[in-house]
Design a protein around this ligand. Sequence first.
Ligand code: NDP
Length: 327
Amino acid sequence: MTTHTTRMLIIGSGPAGLSAAIYGARAGMKPIVVQGLQPGGQLTITTDVENYPGFRDVIQGPWLMQEMEAQAVHVGTRMLWDTIVSVDLDADANGGVFRAVGDGGDIYEGETLVIATGAQAKWLGVPGEMELSGKGVSACATCDGFFYRGKKVVVIGGGNTAVEEALYLTNHSQDVTLIHRRDSLRAERILQDRLFAHPNVKVVWNKAVDHFVGHAENGQLMAVAVTDTVTGEKSEIATDGAFVAIGHAPATSLFEGQLDTDDSGYLVVTPGTPKTRIPGVFACGDVMDHTYRQAVTAAGTGCMAALDAERYLQAKEFDEMAKEAAE
Ligand code: NDP
């Protein structure tokens, strides 16, 4: 059992955590990144990435994350492979540090804490979903919609995400179908109006997805098998791409009772900043952002968290010096 101490403790190693690490290391804060269960975050389970600035050609999500990690290490970050199982954000009770415990019992102490634990797209959990992931089944239209130019796509879900994804996909496809398990949408009225008015979008009501059907020859998605939730009738909806958009789950359980979350479960920060209600604790990336959820926006808020952490430490040191001078 080891105790690791740092000026900046970062939990999570997606674009937010690693960007915070790069900025923090360059500011001399010798950050520690605890990588978590999915080192590299959600991008490590995607394939082609075409919207991360700086790369003209298509790059691979896992490769991008390896490069970010290598850069973070190169500038002085310590990457540790552990999963945090509990945190104590009462710095006053812990000699001025935020404390986290790994699943093997190691203790991590940070003068500042950057939370970059991310969010996971929810999946339906039906047969074929994982097998055809990256072969027609996706959970991110912004990431993968481009690959369906001129093809037929379906979106599954009835909330804001599903409607936004369906509307986004009309930029690429003239044949978009929204499949929803009920006969009314949960999405905001204005989004619904836009959806219903769009000539290239069709809505299929009262259909629950049973499984995804792959093409016997090329292994690509061919159709979505559904059951009518009213009549029980089974059918197949032919498609080239299926976007599962049934919500995201931010990874916030570690902070329950210590930090505030909004109605959808995301960590609350002071608007326009990564500051949580506890000075010295910052949140960045998808764990605090249910609107944009892009690698580049996560990286941006990671940078903001590191800059604010540095300012917080400087202000704290200045206060301590002023206090000592006054004594
Ligand atoms: P929501 O929880 O709002 O909606 C999820 C949708 O998926 C619901 O329609 C639900 O159906 C459906 N669903 C859930 N599980 C299943 C399942 N197993 N099978 C089939 N359908 C399923 O999630 P969103 O991601 O849409 O939104 C999350 C939050 O983020 C909301 O507060 C939303 O307002 C917000 N948001 C805001 C945006 C913006 O402001 N621009 C953009 C995107 C999200 P049912 O309705 O039957 O429960």
